[in-house]
Design a protein around this ligand. Structure first.
Ligand SMILES: [Zn+2]
Length: 322
């Protein structure tokens, strides 16, 4: 390949490998610390990216989310990431998806990708991603980090254990866990390396092995993992999280969310309230980023002032009754 940009990696992956990489589309779900490192390396290597994140950049992100600078504070991460990566490599195509990855949009958001980088930060999203990838037959990376500790593996539906085989039940969730910046940097770098290997056909991935690392003692370890023949997802093909409700808008205090994965009964018991609006029932999503209008016929629109235009960015088609 004549392109000097890739002259140091073509000897590693070959011209055919570079051609495959440059023709591939990787969906990066979650543009935090792990997604930053993964997307920077993938963009630099020449992969086309679909950038999926619903969040906006906050100051507390900057210790580890190396895609962003102080000038990006308050901007949607997917847009800020696209600006940063287009400046890094103008030869790749970048798709911006400023939506959360949830049960009702996962198949649409991920379809057409060749590989998915799971850089989400919670198991509800990971399970949705895992089910969608099994359903679509998409290989994907998995990683999770906390503090100086991380887990990593590579999933190929039908060949390796899926996420549900590895974690039959979600581990306890922790909101805003502590994290040293280099920890998701390692997870994201492993993800990018494995994605490049799988897409170009070089080397071998961590399939069937769960890698753990702890930077505090600089320890890397691994355990063998096996498919569960009775796995509801990859064994029995039950995709309970895809396209599933209940899907309702709730608000509490000055924050509100469109909940798609959590049982309504749990929310009501937790003190959440449903709110009304003039154009049908509505709620503001987290931190005023977006507005959800839910109409009496069951449809809903999500508009997004955070994008700068306030235009509709998504149509919700599976709202359960209000
Ligand atoms: Zn499974």
């Amino acid at each position: 390949m004549a392109d000097a940009r890739y002259e140091r990696q073509v000897p590693v992956i070959g011209e055919e490998g570079q051609s495959r990489l440059s023709g591939s589309l990787v969906a990066v779900v979650g543009l935090g610390g792990t997604g930053s490192a993964a997307s920077i390396y993938l963009a630099a290597a020449g992969a086309n990216l679909r950038l999926i994140d619903w969040d906006v950049v906050e100051e507390g992100n900057l210790n580890r989310q190396i895609l962003y600078g102080e000038g990006d504070l308050g901007r949607p991460k997917a847009l800020a990431a696209a600006d940063r990566l287009s400046g890094l490599n103008g030869e790749i195509e970048l798709e911006v998806v400023h939506e959360p990855l949830v049960g009702w949009n996962a198949l649409r958001v991920l379809s057409g990708a060749d590989l998915v980088v799971d850089a989400t930060d919670n198991f509800q999203a990971r399970y949705v991603l895992g089910e969608a990838c099994v359903r679509l037959g998409l290989p994907h990376t998995f990683s999770a980090v906390r503090g100086t500790y991380g887990l990593y593996t590579f999933v190929i539906p039908g060949e390796t254990p899926c996420l549900r085989c590895i974690f039959p039940e979600p581990p306890p969730e922790e909101s805003g866990p502590p994290v040293l910046g280099p920890t998701p940097g390692v997870a994201g770098t492993l993800s990018a390396a494995e994605a490049i290997k799988h897409l170009t056909g070089i080397g071998s991935t961590s399939r069937g092995r769960l890698i753990s690392f702890d930077l505090s003692g600089m320890e890397f370890d691994e355990i063998s993992i096996a498919r569960n023949p009775n796995c509801p997802v990859c064994g029995r093909g039950e995709f309970e999280r895809l396209g599933a409700g209940p899907e309702r808008a709730f608000v509490r205090g000055d924050r509100a969310y469109l909940f798609l994965e959590v049982g309504v009964g749990d929310l009501v018991r937790d003190g959440w309230e449903e709110v009304g609006g003039e154009e049908g029932r509505y709620a503001l999503l987290s931190k005023g980023r977006a507005r959800v209008y839910v109409y009496d016929d069951g449809g809903a629109l999500v508009s997004c002032p955070g994008c700068g235009t306030g235009e509709v960015v998504s149509t919700v088609t599976h709202i359960s009754e209000l």
